[in-house]
Design a protein around this ligand. Structure first.
Ligand SMILES: Cc1cc2nc3c(=O)[nH]c(=O)nc-3n(C[C@H](O)[C@H](O)[C@H](O)COP(=O)(O)O)c2cc1C
Length: 174
């Protein structure tokens, strides 16, 4: 059985591209990729040791629409023993006040459902004024932040470093 399930939604392809790169970096023998609108049986979440969930933020601080529907479907699903790592896509220049808010919304939701969130990521190489996706210390995002609009050149190296961190935190042994 594969250890990691990557779940994502994407309107214009940036989050999809990041998710696909994560699959390659983890190795197809270790991970599966799921576009959330195509998930018909939520029990698939029980197949993995680690869930990686990614969303862009759209329309001033909102979740991508398919991710929003997925979140609604999960409202009655038991997530209390799940380990989850989040990643978010956003635009820190045009939407500074709402940068990565979608990831913050997911974090609150999964925390309330009792899941363990791992993969906090330092935010000192970004410039923004939003607060929803920050950890309590203010120095980290609750998951990996990616900005294809302004910092696309960092995306792959950020993903590679973050996956190493997450694999260690989840003790995956891959
Ligand atoms: C109309 C519009 C609204 C957006 N709103 C936000 C926002 O509130 N916060 C943010 O961080 N990024 C925002 N973005 C930037 C997108 O999140 C970013 O382009 C992302 O990479 C898109 O991901 P996708 O291609 O997977 O849909 C917005 C972009 C557009 C065009």
């Amino acid at each position: 059985m594969k250890k990691v399930g990557i779940f994502y939604g994407s309107d214009t392809g940036n989050t999809e591209k990041a998710a696909q790169f994560m699959l390659e970096a983890l190795g197809e023998e270790n991970a599966d990729l799921h576009e959330v609108s195509k998930v018909t049986d939520l029990n698939i979440l029980n197949d993995y040791e680690l869930l990686i969930v990614g969303t862009p933020t759209w329309y001033l601080g909102e979740l991508q629409s398919d991710v929003d529907s997925f979140k609604e479907k999960l409202a009655d699903f038991d997530l209390s023993n799940k380990t989850i790592a989040l990643f978010g896509l956003g635009d820190q220049i045009e939407y500074s006040e709402y940068f990565l808010d979608g990831m913050g919304i997911l974090n609150s939701f999964f925390q309330e459902k009792g899941a363990k969130i791992i993969g906090a990521w330092p935010n000192d190489t970004y410039s923004f004024s939003s607060v929803l996706s920050l950890t309590d210390d203010g120095q980290h995002f609750v998951g990996l932040g990616l900005d294809e609009d302004n910092q696309g050149e960092y995306t792959e190296e950020r993903i590679v470093a973050w996956l190493e961190q997450v694999k260690e935190e989840a003790n995956l042994g891959i």
